[in-house]
Design a protein around this ligand. Structure first.
Ligand SMILES: NC(=O)c1ccc[n+]([C@@H]2O[C@H](COP(=O)([O-])OP(=O)(O)OC[C@H]3O[C@@H](n4cnc5c(N)ncnc54)[C@H](O)[C@@H]3O)[C@@H](O)[C@H]2O)c1
Length: 246
């Protein structure tokens, strides 16, 4: 990955941060995109500590102008986008699905679906101009099975899989590989915010009897983004300790 450039949305925390550092270790230049300035700058620092070159662009992925800006700033600094981890997402307040308010519905759909769509629209367009690239979209276990109390979240993640498969069909001949990951419950800040009993119950429900760790997702994302995965396209890779199997 020496000299290649990656954009990572939601790069300030969890899977995004883990993947940013992993790619930086492998020599990639990183554009960390996050709504949180503090988190984003922290990731840049971590990338620099392992010898990588990194910039932070503060952006809300659900806003078109912000998406254009993170793409333009990456092009201005690094001249090319080889890899895109389209990952920023939010979950939900955990109410029974049909009790989800209009505001919460809009917020989840705007970040998880519209944000991912805008990212694909503008990043893939740049990849087309420079000869190709690879993309990993973050879906979820909730994108392949239902997720009680997180129904809107689950719907957006099913949608990510639909987008991934469809766009894979449309851009494969342009040397652009597009895949999705479907992580099960992992101990990232998003999940650590849940009550302790809920976290324990989640771990007990996993065939491997434990939650995942962000580096276990970052390892797979780094592989999918790399040339090692050169014939994997339009796939949804579960990283869930066996959860989707049952
Ligand atoms: N943690 C899990 O168990 C789990 C499981 C399956 C899928 N996921 C998905 O993985 C992705 C990353 O989750 P995580 O657990 O690393 O979460 P996280 O909360 O640790 O990190 C998400 C990052 O996204 C940023 N973000 C949120 N809204 C944004 C916006 N509008 N614009 C830009 N940045 C924004 C946050 O500031 C944060 O830094 C999400 O799409 C999530 O749905 C997580």
């Amino acid at each position: 990955m020496q000299g290649k450039t990656a954009i990572i949305t939601g790069g300030g925390s969890g899977f995004g941060q883990g993947t940013a550092v992993k790619l930086a270790e492998k020599g990639a230049n990183i554009c960390v995109v996050d709504i949180s300035e503090k988190n984003g700058n922290k990731t840049v620092e971590l990338c620099q500590q392992v010898g990588g070159e990194a910039i932070f662009v503060q952006a809300d992925v659900s806003k078109l102008e912000d998406v254009k800006r993170y793409v333009n700033e990456t092009m201005a600094r690094f001249g090319k986008i080889d890899m895109f981890f389209n990952n920023a997402g939010i979950s939900g307040s955990g109410v029974r699905t049909l009790d989800c308010s209009e505001e919460e519905f809009d917020a989840i759909v705007n970040v998880n679906l519209k944000g991912a769509f805008y990212g694909l629209k503008y990043v893939v367009n740049e990849m087309l101009k420079t000869g190709g690239g690879s993309v990993v979209n973050t879906a979820s276990l909730g994108g392949v099975v239902g997720m009680p109390t997180l129904g809107v979240y689950s719907a957006t993640k099913h949608a990510i899989i639909g987008l991934t498969k469809t766009i894979a069909g449309e851009y494969g001949r342009d040397n652009i590989r597009i895949n999705a990951i479907a992580p099960g419950t992992n101990e990232t800040p998003m999940v650590k915010a849940f009550p302790a009993e809920a976290i324990k119950a989640m771990a007990e429900g996993v065939p491997m009897g434990r939650l995942g760790q962000p580096h276990e997702v970052a390892n797979v994302v780094a592989f999918l983004l790399s040339d090692e995965a050169s014939y994997i396209h339009g796939s949804v890779i579960s990283i869930d300790g066996g959860s989707a199997a049952l």
